[in-house]
Design a protein around this ligand. Structure first.
Ligand SMILES: [Mg+2]
Ligand SMILES: [Zn+2]
Length: 263
């Protein structure tokens, strides 16, 4: 679609397996020798019905009790997550070329510390993103990372789709539009939603036909969109926005580069 004059672009990106090619929550448990024994407990905790943020709270607290644990190790692991250079420069170019007509945000179920450290290590700190919506994290005594849920239990999001209690990214998109001054009377706003996971479906369903979803090929979001589209009984809610797929972060970067002239 051709970009129109005075059109505002809201580019909303998931983080894990979208902007980076891994799950930042699992990096410490995969990379640190003393973290690896804790890795198998993820499945058990999930089977016990714990939400992802609760699992992270438990696992990060346990990790900090392991022999040899240090904040330096945590930071080194995060700084070692390398983003694709084409994607990094596409995001930097978008930011510098589009100025105030572009709003660039992240919506993620990871946490503030991991995302900030990974972005910083890849040259994407300092105002590239207008807002990052994710679970707040902080350093505790003994350098444990503590993650709080994004959605406080006291104020549920009431999403009617299948979003987890902790996060509905449609609600976040709505909040972002308000906070960035892109609500109904802001004129012509086109939303580009970039993601891979099942929790990226709800915001994709909330978009209109002039918007665009960039879904990672072969991952849950793309599969769910295709399944609904091909549903013979027409019972599933369908994405009405335009959908394009990408496979590698390099391909995603190349697509984002085309946004200002039309994609
Ligand atoms: Mg993801
Ligand atoms: Zn939802």
């Amino acid at each position: 679609m051709q970009a129109t004059d005075n059109q505002l672009l809201l580019v909303a990106c998931d983080f894990d397996r979208t902007l980076i090619d891994t799950n930042s929550d699992l990096v410490l448990f995969d990379k640190l020798s003393y973290g690896q024994p804790l890795r198998q407990q993820f499945t058990t905790l999930r089977q016990e019905g714990l939400g992802w943020t609760q699992i992270m709270q438990t696992q990060l607290a346990d990790l900090a009790k392991q022999e040899g644990y240090s904040k330096a190790d945590v930071l080194a692991c995060m700084h070692d997550v390398k983003m694709d250079p084409v994607l990094v420069s596409a995001l930097q170019e978008l930011r510098s070329s589009q100025g105030p007509s572009l709003q660039l945000i992240i919506l993620s179920d990871a946490n503030t510390i991991f995302i900030d450290e990974i972005l910083k290590a890849n040259g994407l700190s300092g105002g590239i993103f207008d807002e990052i919506y994710t679970n707040p994290a902080r350093w505790m005594t003994k350098d444990a990372v503590h993650v709080e849920p994004y959605q406080p239990l006291s104020s549920p999001h009431y999403c009617q789709r299948k979003c987890t209690a902790n996060m509905c990214k449609s609600n976040i998109l709505k909040r972002a539009r308000q906070e960035l001054g892109l609500s109904d009377n802001a004129g012509d706003v086109r939303t580009i939603y970039v993601g891979d996971g099942s929790n990226d479906l709800c915001p994709s369903l909330s978009l209109s036909p002039s918007d665009l979803v960039l879904a990672r090929d072969g991952y849950q979001l793309q599969k769910l969109i295709a399944k609904a589209k091909n549903d013979p009984e027409e019972q599933s809610e369908k994405v009405t926005a335009q959908v394009k797929t990408w496979t590698t972060q390099r391909e995603l970067g190349e697509m984002l580069r085309q946004l200002p002239t039309g994609l």
